[in-house]
Design a protein around this ligand. Structure first.
Ligand SMILES: [Mg+2]
Length: 192
């Protein structure tokens, strides 16, 4: 198997397809878990995975790229985490004003300008929130931003399918083929 043995089992098991042709890709570049939507990550599932705090990407994870508001599913998910006592902090590469307004409406803390895939924003969020790194997951839609930042910060990483990726700017769309390759080759999609 190309990936490290998941001490952190996949949401829709088995998390990784054994594909020896892609053995050369280090597990460092792969998510621990892939799921189609944040709705597949209810609090009880996060607890099962050993997670009691999440850092959450914003664009294409909680909302459409150009939308001002998160989707109803995302709002319900965040509310369910809060009720269950799962820690939440938004971690976005977006600018502070826009992300700050959205976080304020949702009543959740945030770190903007996070410079993912660098780990600094994730580390800042963990420090500020007092989360336990070993029990925190970075949840986001981009392999080459959210997953790598989470991995570099020593967190668990959950890749979710993007919401309407066709609305993203060209520089983000450029990264999607690599992501699709990884998702399709390594991670079995949950059955519908
Ligand atoms: Mg995103």
């Amino acid at each position: 198997m190309a990936c490290e043995k998941p001490e952190f089992p996949a949401v829709d098991k088995p998390g990784y397809a054994a594909d020896n042709r892609f053995r050369w890709i280090p597990s460092m570049f792969l998510p621990h878990v892939y799921c189609r939507s944040i709705s597949d990550l209810p609090p009880e599932r996060l607890r099962e995975l050993g997670v009691d705090a999440v850092l959450v990407d914003v664009d294409c994870t909680l909302k459409r790229y150009r939308a001002e508001q998160v989707t109803p599913e995302a709002a319900a998910w965040l509310a369910s985490l809060r009720t269950a006592g799962i820690g939440v902090c938004l971690v976005s590469n977006g600018v502070g004003g826009r992300i700050g307004r959205l976080a304020e409406r949702l009543g959740v803390p945030f770190v903007a300008g996070a410079l993912k895939p660098l780990p600094f924003g994730c580390r800042k969020a963990i420090r500020r929130m007092g989360f336990d790194r070993k029990r925190t997951a970075m949840v986001g839609d981009q392999l080459a931003a959210d997953v790598w930042a989470g991995r570099l910060a020593g967190l668990k990483t959950i890749l979710v399918a993007p919401i309407h990726p066709e609305e993203e700017p060209w520089f983000t769309r450029l990264k999607r083929p690599l992501e699709r390759c990884v998702v399709e080759r390594f991670v079995r999609r949950p059955r519908t």
